[in-house]
Design a protein around this ligand. Structure first.
Ligand code: NOJ
Length: 551
């Protein structure tokens, strides 16, 4: 099947966590004007759209993912007028703007919830999920993704309400048609304003199993991709499909076997999904480096499930919920840092799908050496830390685990320069700046032709200039190789092959018969100043792209 072209298939996305992007008013917190100030930087990088994480009115228990007014901008970030200017200026540069749509839950300060909790008879009572307790305890044993019971007792009406995340994030009741009506009206309000689409938060959680459901192996199963969710998603799709927008669902619990149902070209609910298979977000245990074979399998399963026009992928290695990829999957060691960040870039940017770069990833930002739990802001990490202490884990051990897994690793302020506050702010920001800003920052990387930043630029340009890298087929080579990730892209006579050593050791391989790279043109390599000696031997984290055209 021919793949239908679309702007959102061709563009490269960039995720902005506004709180940590650029502070222009000196309060230590990034803002909308900070994004406006860096649009040229993004344009120069080759970015086609930005996804801005929530900037709506919010008490910030979960940094904006607890919304108290969907149609207002949080004053810390700016005003609606500034938002409108941002939208206009981005559009003038040819950059589209995607908003975060958080409709699994609201803040407990949202007027709907304040009404809902006021009385059992309130008109808004059924906007949320309320239930009676059992034997002096919560309605059932379901646990929240952020730790503890998923139920919170509310004395005023002597019932419990359900929250998949923090207790200040009560879940909306999608079984109530009025909830859907209000949510859809709000979506259309933003679309009428001219935004170009949505990243749809936690959407696989909107359907809950019957309350009698007992949890088994997966404690979140009763509210993760539960049968019946399709009815809600079809209605949501019908709102989206009226427009030429980008929609990407965050879909914890959706496997490659369901990819077509969720994002199939004809009847899918979204254009693409953030799948969790190659990166497990809620895994709170220590990371053990990268299992290259499993990593390739996970990515390939999604590539194949949506191949030949069946659907489309969202590609990512980082976001604001997971530690920095170079620290988890590459290496922070000076000798490997640069090459590994570039190798990781090639392991997602040229797959079939729409790539999303997370702020700072393009300069190889790393995890933060947190010294104490007091330096951590994220609500889930704090809960998890104190839970560990309660179960007897020693504080140093708990901190060590946190250091590797905390979401705040990727939320430290963007490192624009080597200055005291990294060119992010004029004062100590809301979250500490990584001390390595001296050696990892945009300004220095702009000046260095071999920097990670310039490598990202080159990959993006290569993708833009070659349709085979956008619409071409994907083939995995050497699936069982424990170090190398080798994949091909092909559109008609145009062929590319990407070869990446994802390990710290030298790697060699007999390349498949149809990959005669000796005769091909090397178009990109992360080895600087060193000629490739032997085509089948790869230095640690070496990565190359070859191009071949049948004349
Ligand atoms: C996923 C978001 O990415 C994360 O930051 C947030 O905490 C949860 N959804 C809850 O909204």
């Amino acid at each position: 099947m021919m793949i239908k072209k679309a702007w959102w298939k061709e563009a490269v996305g960039y995720q902005i966590y506004p709180r940590s992007f650029l502070d222009t008013n000196g309060d230590g917190i990034g803002d909308l004007n900070g994004i406006r100030a860096k649009l040229d930087y993004l344009k120069d990088l080759g970015i086609g759209f930005i996804w801005i994480t929530p900037v709506y009115e919010s008490p910030n228990v979960d940094n904006g993912y607890d919304i108290s007014d969907y149609q207002r901008i949080l004053s810390t970030f700016g005003t609606m007028e500034e938002f409108d200017l941002l939208l206009e200026e981005a559009h003038e540069l040819g950059i589209k703007v995607i908003m975060d749509l958080v409709v699994n839950h609201t803040s407990s300060q949202h007027p709907w919830f304040l009404e809902s909790r006021s009385s059992r008879k309130d008109d808004y009572r059924d906007y949320y999920i309320w239930a009676d307790g059992q034997l002096d305890g919560p309605p059932n044993d379901w646990t929240s993704i952020f730790g503890g019971s998923a139920w919170e007792y509310d004395e005023a009406t002597n019932q419990y309400y359900f929250h998949a995340f923090a207790k200040e994030q009560p879940d909306l009741n999608w079984e109530n048609p009025r909830v859907k009506r209000d949510v859809f009206t709000m979506i259309n309000w933003w679309l009428d304003k001219g935004v170009d689409g949505f990243r749809v938060d936690a959407i696989s959680h909107i359907k809950k199993a019957p309350l009698e459901t007992v949890t088994a192996d997966d404690p979140f199963a009763p509210f993760k991709n539960v049968t019946g969710i399709e009815n809600h998603l079809e209605e949501l799709r019908d709102v989206f499909k009226q427009r030429d927008i980008l929609t990407v669902g965050e879909a914890n619990g959706v496997g490659a076997n369901e990819a077509q149902q969720w994002v199939g070209t004809e009847a899918g609910y979204f254009n693409m999904l953030f799948e969790f298979d190659h990166i497990s977000l809620w895994n709170k245990t220590e990371q053990e480096g990268l299992d290259v074979i499993q990593f390739k399998q996970a990515l390939t399963a999604w590539q194949q499930a949506l191949a030949h026009g069946k659907g489309w992928n969202a590609l990512y290695m980082e976001n604001h919920d997971i530690p920095r990829s170079v620290s988890s999957f590459g290496s922070e060691e000076t000798v490997f840092w640069r090459a590994s960040a570039k190798a990781l870039a090639l392991s997602f940017l040229l797959l079939q799908g729409t790539p999303f770069i997370y702020q700072g990833q393009e300069i190889g930002m790393t995890n933060m050496p947190f010294q104490s739990i007091d330096e951590i802001d994220a609500v889930d990490t704090r809960n998890f830390y104190y839970d560990m202490l309660q179960t007897g884990v020693a504080p140093e051990k708990a901190l060590e685990i946190i250091r590797q897994t905390a979401r705040d690793n990727s939320r430290t302020p963007m490192q624009w320069t080597a200055e005291e506050f990294a060119g992010f702010s004029k004062r100590q920001p809301w979250l500490k700046i990584n001390p390595n800003k001296q050696s990892i920052n945009v300004l220095d990387e702009q000046a260095d032709p071999h920097s990670i930043l310039n490598f990202y630029k080159e990959i993006i340009r290569l993708r833009r200039e070659n349709e085979a890298l956008i619409y071409g087929d994907y083939t995995l080579y050497l699936p069982e190789h424990p170090q190398l990730f080798v994949y091909g892209r092909r559109l008609g006579e145009e062929r590319f092959v990407v070869l990446i050593n994802l390990s710290k050791e030298f790697a060699s391989a007999d390349l498949p018969e149809n990959v005669h790279i000796e005769d091909w043109e090397l178009v990109l390599s992360n080895l600087t100043g060193r000629k490739i000696q032997q085509h089948t031997l790869f230095a640690p984290f070496e990565a190359r792209v070859y191009h071949f055209r049948n004349e």
